[in-house]
Design a protein around this ligand. Structure first.
Ligand code: 5GP
Ligand code: ZN
Length: 113
């Protein structure tokens, strides 16, 4: 989608530090990391947010989650990490392209802010 920063990263129009990529998903380091490990995992297809995902996208959603598991292992944080999807402005979503935050490397608090 035009003017979507994560579509541009997925299409390599904007640089990002990739840690994982397939035909249908990409993972890269967050520009403003909130933990020693902070990776953004996205589908290359533009889906604005999880609440707009269609039933036919269940396999893609599963592969995104499995990618998180693989990336955590690759980065050596498989024992302790947090996977977050902010859905909607009030929930903290600032980029309207579905993404998961993979956070690790520090103690995580609960409940999240
Ligand atoms: P949200 O607030 O929507 O859940 O998360 C968006 C995340 O994307 C933020 O953590 C922010 O730092 C990150 N981000 C925004 N723009 C860019 C960018 O151009 N490059 C990278 N690597 N991360 C970005
Ligand atoms: Zn997009």
């Amino acid at each position: 989608m035009q003017d979507c920063i994560f579509c541009k990263i997925a299409g390599h129009e904007i640089n990002a530090r990739f840690v994982h990529e397939t035909d249908e998903l990409a993972a890269f380091q967050d520009l403003n990391p909130q933990a020693p490990t902070h990776i953004i995992i996205i589908p290359k297809k533009h889906i604005a947010r999880l609440s707009e995902a269609a039933e036919e996208e269940i396999p893609l959603l599963g592969r995104l989650q499995y990618a998180a598991r693989e990336i955590a292992e690759k980065l050596g944080v498989a024992d302790n990490f947090r996977l977050v999807a902010n859905n909607g402005r009030k929930a903290g979503q600032s980029v309207d392209h579905l993404h998961y935050h993979l956070l690790a490397g520090r103690k995580m608090n609960w409940p999240p802010g």
